[in-house]
Design a protein around this ligand. Structure first.
Ligand SMILES: Cc1ncc(COP(=O)(O)O)c(C=O)c1O
Length: 408
Protein backbone atom coordinates (compact mmCIF):
# COMPACT_ATOMS: atom_id res chain seq x y z
CA UNK A 1 0.00 0.00 0.00
CA UNK A 2 1.27 3.47 -0.91
CA UNK A 3 2.20 5.70 2.02
CA UNK A 4 0.31 8.93 2.42
CA UNK A 5 2.24 11.97 1.17
CA UNK A 6 1.62 14.09 4.22
CA UNK A 7 3.17 17.25 2.71
CA UNK A 8 0.87 16.98 -0.29
CA UNK A 9 -2.11 16.40 1.98
CA UNK A 10 -1.37 19.37 4.21
CA UNK A 11 -0.86 21.61 1.20
CA UNK A 12 -4.56 21.05 0.41
CA UNK A 13 -5.60 22.62 3.75
CA UNK A 14 -5.02 26.38 4.09
CA UNK A 15 -5.25 26.11 7.88
CA UNK A 16 -1.78 24.55 7.95
CA UNK A 17 -0.28 27.63 6.27
CA UNK A 18 -2.27 30.09 8.38
CA UNK A 19 0.13 32.20 10.48
CA UNK A 20 -2.22 32.49 13.47
CA UNK A 21 -2.41 28.69 13.73
CA UNK A 22 1.31 27.96 13.54
CA UNK A 23 2.52 25.82 16.42
CA UNK A 24 -1.03 24.84 17.30
CA UNK A 25 -1.57 21.11 16.88
CA UNK A 26 -5.22 20.41 16.11
CA UNK A 27 -6.68 17.49 18.08
CA UNK A 28 -10.41 18.29 18.08
CA UNK A 29 -11.12 16.94 14.61
CA UNK A 30 -14.02 14.80 15.80
CA UNK A 31 -15.75 18.10 16.59
CA UNK A 32 -15.12 19.48 13.10
CA UNK A 33 -12.29 19.20 10.60
CA UNK A 34 -10.27 21.80 8.77
CA UNK A 35 -11.70 22.58 5.33
CA UNK A 36 -9.89 21.53 2.18
CA UNK A 37 -8.96 24.05 -0.52
CA UNK A 38 -11.29 22.72 -3.24
CA UNK A 39 -14.28 23.25 -0.93
CA UNK A 40 -13.15 26.78 -0.03
CA UNK A 41 -12.58 27.57 -3.73
CA UNK A 42 -16.01 26.35 -4.73
CA UNK A 43 -17.71 28.17 -1.86
CA UNK A 44 -15.94 31.41 -2.77
CA UNK A 45 -16.75 30.97 -6.46
CA UNK A 46 -20.42 30.34 -5.68
CA UNK A 47 -20.69 33.42 -3.47
CA UNK A 48 -18.87 35.65 -5.96
CA UNK A 49 -20.11 34.31 -9.32
CA UNK A 50 -23.31 32.30 -8.78
CA UNK A 51 -25.15 33.71 -5.79
CA UNK A 52 -28.50 33.72 -7.53
CA UNK A 53 -31.54 31.47 -7.29
CA UNK A 54 -30.40 28.22 -8.95
CA UNK A 55 -32.13 26.28 -11.73
CA UNK A 56 -33.42 29.35 -13.62
CA UNK A 57 -32.75 29.88 -17.34
CA UNK A 58 -29.89 32.39 -17.10
CA UNK A 59 -26.24 31.44 -17.13
CA UNK A 60 -25.23 32.18 -13.51
CA UNK A 61 -28.27 30.32 -12.27
CA UNK A 62 -27.72 27.38 -14.60
CA UNK A 63 -24.14 27.08 -13.34
CA UNK A 64 -25.31 27.30 -9.72
CA UNK A 65 -27.83 24.49 -10.17
CA UNK A 66 -25.40 22.37 -12.15
CA UNK A 67 -22.83 22.64 -9.42
CA UNK A 68 -25.35 21.58 -6.77
CA UNK A 69 -26.30 18.59 -8.91
CA UNK A 70 -22.63 17.79 -9.44
CA UNK A 71 -22.06 17.66 -5.68
CA UNK A 72 -24.86 15.19 -5.15
CA UNK A 73 -23.92 13.02 -8.10
CA UNK A 74 -20.22 12.85 -7.29
CA UNK A 75 -20.63 12.30 -3.56
CA UNK A 76 -23.31 9.64 -4.16
CA UNK A 77 -20.94 7.87 -6.54
CA UNK A 78 -18.18 7.83 -3.91
CA UNK A 79 -20.68 6.42 -1.41
CA UNK A 80 -21.77 3.73 -3.87
CA UNK A 81 -25.43 4.79 -4.06
CA UNK A 82 -27.74 6.34 -6.67
CA UNK A 83 -27.60 10.12 -7.06
CA UNK A 84 -31.12 10.68 -5.74
CA UNK A 85 -30.45 8.51 -2.67
CA UNK A 86 -28.22 11.26 -1.24
CA UNK A 87 -29.64 14.46 0.20
CA UNK A 88 -28.20 17.43 2.07
CA UNK A 89 -29.80 18.92 5.16
CA UNK A 90 -28.70 21.52 7.71
CA UNK A 91 -27.04 18.99 10.04
CA UNK A 92 -27.16 15.34 10.98
CA UNK A 93 -29.26 16.11 14.05
CA UNK A 94 -31.83 17.98 12.00
CA UNK A 95 -31.88 15.18 9.46
CA UNK A 96 -32.52 12.64 12.21
CA UNK A 97 -35.41 14.65 13.60
CA UNK A 98 -37.04 14.77 10.16
CA UNK A 99 -36.52 11.03 9.69
CA UNK A 100 -37.96 10.33 13.13
CA UNK A 101 -41.05 12.32 12.20
CA UNK A 102 -41.44 10.19 9.07
CA UNK A 103 -41.15 6.99 11.12
CA UNK A 104 -43.60 8.38 13.66
CA UNK A 105 -46.19 8.69 10.88
CA UNK A 106 -45.35 5.38 9.24
CA UNK A 107 -45.23 3.16 12.35
CA UNK A 108 -48.14 1.86 14.37
CA UNK A 109 -48.42 2.07 18.15
CA UNK A 110 -47.02 -1.10 19.69
CA UNK A 111 -44.32 -1.47 17.04
CA UNK A 112 -40.73 -1.11 18.19
CA UNK A 113 -37.44 0.56 17.37
CA UNK A 114 -34.03 -0.18 18.84
CA UNK A 115 -31.53 2.51 19.83
CA UNK A 116 -28.18 2.18 21.58
CA UNK A 117 -26.61 3.92 24.52
CA UNK A 118 -23.35 4.18 22.58
CA UNK A 119 -24.66 6.82 20.17
CA UNK A 120 -24.22 10.55 20.12
CA UNK A 121 -27.60 12.02 21.15
CA UNK A 122 -28.34 12.88 17.50
CA UNK A 123 -29.06 9.24 16.64
CA UNK A 124 -30.75 8.51 19.94
CA UNK A 125 -32.97 11.27 21.36
CA UNK A 126 -35.03 11.91 18.20
CA UNK A 127 -35.90 8.19 18.04
CA UNK A 128 -36.53 7.83 21.78
CA UNK A 129 -39.16 10.56 21.54
CA UNK A 130 -41.30 8.22 19.42
CA UNK A 131 -42.37 6.69 22.70
CA UNK A 132 -44.78 9.65 22.84
CA UNK A 133 -46.56 8.11 19.82
CA UNK A 134 -46.97 4.73 21.50
CA UNK A 135 -43.91 3.21 19.87
CA UNK A 136 -41.84 0.89 21.99
CA UNK A 137 -38.21 1.98 22.31
CA UNK A 138 -35.71 -0.71 23.24
CA UNK A 139 -32.14 0.02 24.21
CA UNK A 140 -29.21 -2.02 22.93
CA UNK A 141 -26.74 -1.53 25.77
CA UNK A 142 -22.96 -1.31 25.68
CA UNK A 143 -20.68 -3.32 27.91
CA UNK A 144 -20.03 -0.96 30.85
CA UNK A 145 -16.31 -1.80 30.92
CA UNK A 146 -15.35 -1.85 27.27
CA UNK A 147 -18.07 0.35 25.78
CA UNK A 148 -18.62 -2.31 23.09
CA UNK A 149 -21.91 -3.19 21.43
CA UNK A 150 -22.36 -6.95 21.18
CA UNK A 151 -24.37 -8.04 18.08
CA UNK A 152 -25.57 -11.07 20.09
CA UNK A 153 -27.41 -8.70 22.44
CA UNK A 154 -29.14 -7.14 19.46
CA UNK A 155 -30.45 -10.52 18.35
CA UNK A 156 -32.15 -10.87 21.72
CA UNK A 157 -33.90 -7.50 21.32
CA UNK A 158 -35.27 -8.09 17.84
CA UNK A 159 -38.70 -9.51 17.12
CA UNK A 160 -41.41 -9.22 14.49
CA UNK A 161 -42.56 -5.89 15.95
CA UNK A 162 -39.18 -4.21 15.32
CA UNK A 163 -39.18 -1.76 12.42
CA UNK A 164 -35.86 0.05 12.85
CA UNK A 165 -32.42 -0.43 14.43
CA UNK A 166 -30.29 2.69 14.99
CA UNK A 167 -26.59 2.48 15.85
CA UNK A 168 -23.32 4.30 15.16
CA UNK A 169 -20.67 3.20 12.69
CA UNK A 170 -18.32 4.40 15.37
CA UNK A 171 -19.06 6.23 18.63
CA UNK A 172 -17.58 9.69 19.16
CA UNK A 173 -16.26 8.68 22.61
CA UNK A 174 -15.74 4.91 22.47
CA UNK A 175 -14.11 5.05 19.04
CA UNK A 176 -14.66 1.37 18.27
CA UNK A 177 -15.65 0.60 14.68
CA UNK A 178 -18.86 -1.40 14.69
CA UNK A 179 -19.36 -4.22 12.15
CA UNK A 180 -22.06 -2.44 10.15
CA UNK A 181 -22.54 -5.18 7.58
CA UNK A 182 -22.92 -7.90 10.20
CA UNK A 183 -25.31 -5.84 12.33
CA UNK A 184 -27.32 -4.80 9.28
CA UNK A 185 -27.69 -8.42 8.21
CA UNK A 186 -29.00 -9.35 11.67
CA UNK A 187 -31.54 -6.49 11.63
CA UNK A 188 -32.63 -7.18 8.05
CA UNK A 189 -33.10 -10.87 8.81
CA UNK A 190 -35.61 -9.82 11.47
CA UNK A 191 -37.38 -7.52 8.99
CA UNK A 192 -36.13 -4.24 10.48
CA UNK A 193 -34.60 -1.27 8.66
CA UNK A 194 -31.23 0.11 9.74
CA UNK A 195 -30.10 3.69 10.42
CA UNK A 196 -26.37 4.20 10.88
CA UNK A 197 -24.79 7.35 12.28
CA UNK A 198 -21.56 7.57 10.30
CA UNK A 199 -20.56 11.01 11.59
CA UNK A 200 -17.55 9.75 13.55
CA UNK A 201 -16.46 7.30 10.88
CA UNK A 202 -16.75 9.16 7.56
CA UNK A 203 -13.91 11.63 8.31
CA UNK A 204 -11.54 8.66 8.27
CA UNK A 205 -12.51 7.60 4.76
CA UNK A 206 -15.88 7.64 3.05
CA UNK A 207 -17.38 4.15 3.17
CA UNK A 208 -19.12 2.49 0.27
CA UNK A 209 -22.58 2.66 1.80
CA UNK A 210 -24.02 0.53 -1.00
CA UNK A 211 -21.67 -2.31 -0.06
CA UNK A 212 -22.09 -1.79 3.69
CA UNK A 213 -25.82 -2.28 3.37
CA UNK A 214 -27.74 0.02 5.76
CA UNK A 215 -30.96 1.70 4.68
CA UNK A 216 -29.94 5.08 6.12
CA UNK A 217 -26.39 6.40 6.53
CA UNK A 218 -25.77 9.85 8.01
CA UNK A 219 -22.66 12.01 8.26
CA UNK A 220 -21.72 15.65 8.65
CA UNK A 221 -19.67 17.33 5.92
CA UNK A 222 -18.13 19.85 8.29
CA UNK A 223 -16.21 16.92 9.78
CA UNK A 224 -15.27 15.48 6.37
CA UNK A 225 -13.29 18.52 5.13
CA UNK A 226 -16.39 20.18 3.71
CA UNK A 227 -19.00 22.85 4.52
CA UNK A 228 -21.55 22.76 7.33
CA UNK A 229 -24.02 20.28 5.86
CA UNK A 230 -25.61 17.05 7.04
CA UNK A 231 -25.35 14.34 4.39
CA UNK A 232 -28.01 11.66 4.38
CA UNK A 233 -28.16 8.50 2.33
CA UNK A 234 -31.63 6.94 2.23
CA UNK A 235 -31.89 3.86 0.06
CA UNK A 236 -34.75 3.98 -2.39
CA UNK A 237 -36.93 1.18 -0.98
CA UNK A 238 -37.17 2.90 2.40
CA UNK A 239 -37.24 6.45 1.06
CA UNK A 240 -40.26 5.70 -1.11
CA UNK A 241 -42.01 3.83 1.68
CA UNK A 242 -41.75 6.53 4.36
CA UNK A 243 -44.20 9.43 4.12
CA UNK A 244 -42.94 12.55 2.37
CA UNK A 245 -41.76 15.27 4.78
CA UNK A 246 -41.33 18.01 2.18
CA UNK A 247 -43.89 20.17 0.37
CA UNK A 248 -46.47 17.87 -1.19
CA UNK A 249 -45.40 18.74 -4.73
CA UNK A 250 -41.79 17.75 -4.00
CA UNK A 251 -42.66 14.28 -2.77
CA UNK A 252 -41.91 12.58 -6.07
CA UNK A 253 -38.25 13.53 -5.91
CA UNK A 254 -36.45 11.15 -3.58
CA UNK A 255 -33.68 13.54 -2.53
CA UNK A 256 -36.23 16.19 -1.54
CA UNK A 257 -38.54 14.01 0.53
CA UNK A 258 -36.69 14.32 3.85
CA UNK A 259 -35.25 17.81 3.56
CA UNK A 260 -38.24 20.11 4.02
CA UNK A 261 -36.21 23.31 4.44
CA UNK A 262 -34.89 25.38 1.55
CA UNK A 263 -31.37 24.05 0.89
CA UNK A 264 -28.17 25.99 1.48
CA UNK A 265 -27.28 26.35 -2.21
CA UNK A 266 -23.72 27.52 -1.78
CA UNK A 267 -22.77 24.85 0.73
CA UNK A 268 -24.30 22.07 -1.32
CA UNK A 269 -22.43 23.28 -4.38
CA UNK A 270 -19.20 23.49 -2.38
CA UNK A 271 -19.67 19.88 -1.26
CA UNK A 272 -18.39 18.83 -4.69
CA UNK A 273 -15.03 20.03 -3.35
CA UNK A 274 -14.94 16.96 -1.09
CA UNK A 275 -15.14 14.80 -4.21
CA UNK A 276 -12.40 16.92 -5.82
CA UNK A 277 -10.23 16.28 -2.78
CA UNK A 278 -10.80 12.50 -2.85
CA UNK A 279 -9.97 12.47 -6.53
CA UNK A 280 -6.80 14.52 -5.94
CA UNK A 281 -5.71 12.15 -3.17
CA UNK A 282 -6.22 9.10 -5.34
CA UNK A 283 -4.54 10.51 -8.43
CA UNK A 284 -1.56 11.94 -6.56
CA UNK A 285 -0.84 8.63 -4.83
CA UNK A 286 -1.02 6.50 -7.96
CA UNK A 287 -4.57 5.28 -7.29
CA UNK A 288 -7.44 5.18 -9.76
CA UNK A 289 -7.66 8.30 -11.93
CA UNK A 290 -11.35 7.79 -12.59
CA UNK A 291 -14.34 6.03 -11.08
CA UNK A 292 -15.55 7.84 -7.97
CA UNK A 293 -16.22 4.69 -5.91
CA UNK A 294 -12.78 3.26 -6.72
CA UNK A 295 -11.11 6.57 -5.87
CA UNK A 296 -13.10 6.74 -2.65
CA UNK A 297 -12.04 3.23 -1.65
CA UNK A 298 -8.41 4.01 -2.43
CA UNK A 299 -8.48 7.27 -0.44
CA UNK A 300 -10.22 5.49 2.43
CA UNK A 301 -7.44 2.93 2.78
CA UNK A 302 -4.73 5.55 2.35
CA UNK A 303 -6.19 7.62 5.20
CA UNK A 304 -6.84 4.63 7.39
CA UNK A 305 -3.30 3.19 7.12
CA UNK A 306 -1.74 6.53 7.99
CA UNK A 307 -4.07 7.04 10.93
CA UNK A 308 -3.60 3.55 12.35
CA UNK A 309 0.20 3.95 12.27
CA UNK A 310 0.00 7.27 14.12
CA UNK A 311 -2.66 6.11 16.56
CA UNK A 312 -1.07 3.03 18.11
CA UNK A 313 1.71 4.93 19.95
CA UNK A 314 -0.90 7.34 21.34
CA UNK A 315 -2.96 4.45 22.69
CA UNK A 316 0.17 2.79 24.09
CA UNK A 317 1.12 6.01 25.85
CA UNK A 318 -2.19 6.37 27.67
CA UNK A 319 -3.53 2.87 28.20
CA UNK A 320 -1.45 1.91 31.23
CA UNK A 321 -1.33 5.23 33.01
CA UNK A 322 -2.68 5.29 36.52
CA UNK A 323 -5.51 7.79 36.86
CA UNK A 324 -6.31 7.58 33.15
CA UNK A 325 -9.06 5.42 31.72
CA UNK A 326 -8.95 4.97 27.98
CA UNK A 327 -12.43 4.44 26.59
CA UNK A 328 -12.73 1.79 23.92
CA UNK A 329 -10.15 -0.53 22.36
CA UNK A 330 -6.41 -0.07 22.78
CA UNK A 331 -5.68 -1.62 19.36
CA UNK A 332 -5.57 1.04 16.66
CA UNK A 333 -6.91 -1.30 13.98
CA UNK A 334 -10.20 -1.65 15.84
CA UNK A 335 -10.98 2.00 16.26
CA UNK A 336 -10.99 5.53 14.88
CA UNK A 337 -8.35 8.01 16.07
CA UNK A 338 -10.91 9.58 18.40
CA UNK A 339 -9.47 8.95 21.84
CA UNK A 340 -11.50 9.76 24.94
CA UNK A 341 -9.84 9.66 28.35
CA UNK A 342 -11.67 9.68 31.67
CA UNK A 343 -9.44 11.34 34.24
CA UNK A 344 -11.51 11.48 37.40
CA UNK A 345 -11.41 15.26 37.28
CA UNK A 346 -13.04 17.90 35.07
CA UNK A 347 -11.71 17.28 31.58
CA UNK A 348 -12.29 20.79 30.26
CA UNK A 349 -9.67 22.09 32.71
CA UNK A 350 -7.16 19.57 31.39
CA UNK A 351 -7.95 20.61 27.82
CA UNK A 352 -7.17 24.15 28.89
CA UNK A 353 -3.80 22.97 30.22
CA UNK A 354 -3.13 21.29 26.87
CA UNK A 355 -3.89 24.56 25.10
CA UNK A 356 -1.00 26.11 26.96
CA UNK A 357 1.21 23.52 25.24
CA UNK A 358 -0.13 24.33 21.79
CA UNK A 359 -2.53 21.39 21.66
CA UNK A 360 -6.10 22.15 20.63
CA UNK A 361 -8.36 19.54 22.23
CA UNK A 362 -11.65 19.47 24.07
CA UNK A 363 -13.10 18.23 27.32
CA UNK A 364 -16.75 17.47 28.08
CA UNK A 365 -19.52 15.00 27.34
CA UNK A 366 -19.53 15.55 23.55
CA UNK A 367 -23.28 14.90 23.57
CA UNK A 368 -22.57 11.24 24.31
CA UNK A 369 -24.01 11.58 27.82
CA UNK A 370 -25.69 8.19 27.78
CA UNK A 371 -22.49 6.38 26.74
CA UNK A 372 -20.46 8.08 29.46
CA UNK A 373 -23.07 7.31 32.11
CA UNK A 374 -23.27 3.69 31.00
CA UNK A 375 -19.50 3.40 31.42
CA UNK A 376 -19.60 4.96 34.87
CA UNK A 377 -18.02 8.25 33.79
CA UNK A 378 -19.50 11.36 35.37
CA UNK A 379 -20.72 13.46 32.41
CA UNK A 380 -20.17 16.63 34.43
CA UNK A 381 -16.47 15.84 34.60
CA UNK A 382 -16.57 14.53 31.05
CA UNK A 383 -13.69 13.09 29.11
CA UNK A 384 -10.63 14.62 27.54
CA UNK A 385 -10.89 13.87 23.85
CA UNK A 386 -7.98 13.98 21.43
CA UNK A 387 -8.99 13.23 17.87
CA UNK A 388 -7.06 13.44 14.65
CA UNK A 389 -7.33 12.56 10.98
CA UNK A 390 -5.12 11.63 8.02
CA UNK A 391 -3.74 15.17 7.76
CA UNK A 392 -2.16 14.96 11.19
CA UNK A 393 1.63 14.71 11.12
CA UNK A 394 4.10 12.74 13.23
CA UNK A 395 5.40 16.06 14.59
CA UNK A 396 1.94 16.91 15.88
CA UNK A 397 1.63 13.48 17.47
CA UNK A 398 4.98 14.07 19.21
CA UNK A 399 3.74 17.45 20.40
CA UNK A 400 0.59 15.78 21.75
CA UNK A 401 2.49 13.02 23.55
CA UNK A 402 4.85 15.55 25.17
CA UNK A 403 1.94 17.70 26.25
CA UNK A 404 0.02 14.72 27.65
CA UNK A 405 3.12 13.76 29.61
CA UNK A 406 3.05 17.16 31.28
CA UNK A 407 -0.62 17.39 32.09
CA UNK A 408 -1.75 13.85 32.89
C1 LIG B 1 -21.20 10.81 16.27
C2 LIG B 1 -21.98 12.07 16.00
N1 LIG B 1 -23.22 11.97 15.54
C3 LIG B 1 -23.95 13.06 15.28
C4 LIG B 1 -23.47 14.32 15.48
C5 LIG B 1 -24.34 15.49 15.20
O1 LIG B 1 -24.02 16.06 13.98
P1 LIG B 1 -24.53 17.50 13.59
O2 LIG B 1 -23.69 18.48 14.33
O3 LIG B 1 -24.31 17.56 12.09
O4 LIG B 1 -25.96 17.60 13.96
C6 LIG B 1 -22.17 14.48 15.97
C7 LIG B 1 -21.64 15.83 16.22
O5 LIG B 1 -20.70 16.03 16.90
C8 LIG B 1 -21.41 13.32 16.24
O6 LIG B 1 -20.17 13.40 16.72
Amino acid sequence: MTALDIDFVRAQFPAFAEPSLQGQAFFENAGGSYTCQPVIDRLTRFYTQRKVQPYAPYEASRLAGAEMDEARARMAAILGVETDELSFGPSTTQNTYVLAQAFRQWMNPGEAIIVTNQDHEANSGPWRRLVEAGIEVREWKIDPETGSLNPQDLENLLDEKTRLVCFPHCSNVVGEINPVTEITAIAHAAGAFVCVDGVSYAPHGFPNVGDLGPDIYLFSAYKTYGPHQGCMVIRRALGELLPNQAHYFNGDTLYKRFTPAGPDHAQIAASAGMADYISLLSTHHGGPTEGAAAQGAFAHDLMRDHEVALLQPVLDAVKNRNAVRLLGPSEATRRAPTVALALGRPAAAVAAELAAHGVMAGGGDFYAVRALQAMGVDPDQGVLRVSFTHYTSQLEIDQLLNALDRVL
